[in-house]
Design a protein around this ligand. Structure first.
Ligand code: ATP
Ligand code: SF4
Ligand code: MG
Length: 330
């Protein structure tokens, strides 16, 4: 019998955001968690989204996965604007766009067996009969490298890495075109992170999935991404090819993030770069600084930085930055 989990015949999906804003009304005022970001994720690529805690990554990811309605701006899936679709088309689109979170345990029902958990998304959408759902779920478990016998077990009997594989299998049963991966290895032991990242890469190759890969860990993001966007206080500071952003960052914030990373090898190219300390906390998105949002922590800040919002400039091919003073030859 053919494996039920086959790649989709339709092409991979790209996702684009246009001047996207996600604001939350709170008692203390308006939290501008995402405040005017535009980017395009190309079909079949991994777009890394990096930034410190509170920079707006999860909020952006939830909006990309269709779980949060933008306050302004829009998100297009391929050519589709969800607002222009019928209810049934939107339902189909929601199925195509999934999100996987950091905590693999929280996502699994402790009272369900692993097989029941993996079948559940198919039960919810009502696809196929009981028999075919079981086959799809068993196939998904196999594709993520778990033995069939694990289906009878319960979440508390599994390691963190196994649980995250189960979450990936659950998502895979829906054969999504686009997955937001929100800190998917952050809760896992360092020794198994590489294997899980490789699994994501293998599934991308096999199923043509597009990823938005969210992390605060620049070593993870530069390892898995084709391109990277750097988020700070809900705005993009820099965006470009992963090797260019991680080897020759243009923005002082990205340079500081990289400086804070332990160097994997003594010969690492970053070793020769001047180390920049990232001091203090990210300011509150309730009351962001005027002009450049990074100015309160930037070692290069000048008067102009408080007065003018830096323009988005392409300083190298496909490598964009929002800093008044960034130079291509840095
Ligand atoms: N529902 C909400 N209501 C009010 N404020 C919110 C809400 N969700 C997020 N925020 C605020 O928006 C900002 C961005 O939060 P978000 O969770 O997107 O950041 P993050 O980059 O994912 O951080 P972390 O790395 O800690 O996960 C934070 O200041 C957060 O407190
Ligand atoms: S615009 Fe000014 S404050 Fe902002 S990153 Fe550039 S130098 Fe620093
Ligand atoms: Mg988050």
């Amino acid at each position: 019998m053919n494996a039920p989990l086959t790649p989709r015949p339709d092409s991979a999906a790209g996702v684009s955001a246009h001047d996207l804003r996600i604001h939350f009304a709170t008692k203390a005022g308006t939290v501008k968690a995402v405040d005017g970001v535009s980017f395009e994720i190309r079909p079949g690529e991994t777009f890394g989204i990096i930034g410190e805690s509170g920079s707006g990554k999860t909020t952006l990811g939830r909006a990309l996965a269709g779980l949060l309605k933008p306050s302004a701006g829009d998100i297009h899936y391929g050519e589709h604007d969800p607002r222009a679709l019928s209810r049934s088309q939107r339902k189909r689109l929601r199925r195509d766009h999934q999100i996987i979170f950091q905590d693999p345990h929280a996502a699994l029902n402790p009272r369900m067996t692993i097989l029941q958990s993996v079948i559940e998304p198919l039960d919810i959408i009502g696809e196929g009969d009981r028999q075919s759902r079981r086959r799809t779920a068993a196939d998904a478990l196999e594709r993520v490298g778990l033995p069939a016998t694990i289906g009878k077990r319960y979440p508390h009997e599994l390691s963190g890495g196994q649980k995250q594989r189960v979450n990936i299998a659950r998502t895979l049963t829906l054969r999504p075109k686009f997955i937001v991966c929100d800190e998917v290895v952050a809760a896992l032991d360092v020794s198994i992170r590489g294997a899980i990242l490789n699994l994501f890469a293998d599934l991308q190759k096999e199923f043509g999935i597009t990823y938005a890969f969210i992390t605060h860990d620049i070593s993870v993001v530069s390892h898995v991404s084709d391109r990277i966007g750097v988020l700070y206080l809900g705005r993009l500071m820099e965006q470009g090819p992963a090797d260019a952003v991680s080897d020759r960052p243009l923005h002082p914030y990205t340079q500081a993030l990289l400086s804070a990373e332990p160097l994997p090898l003594p010969s690492d190219r970053r070793d020769s770069r001047r180390r920049i300390r990232l001091e203090g906390e990210i300011p509150s998105p309730l009351n962001p600084p005027s002009g450049c949002p990074f100015r309160t922590r930037c070692p290069k800040a000048a008067t102009r930085c408080a007065e003018q919002v830096p323009q988005w400039r392409e300083l190298r091919p496909s490598h964009w930055v929002a800093c008044h003073f960034a130079e291509p030859d840095l």
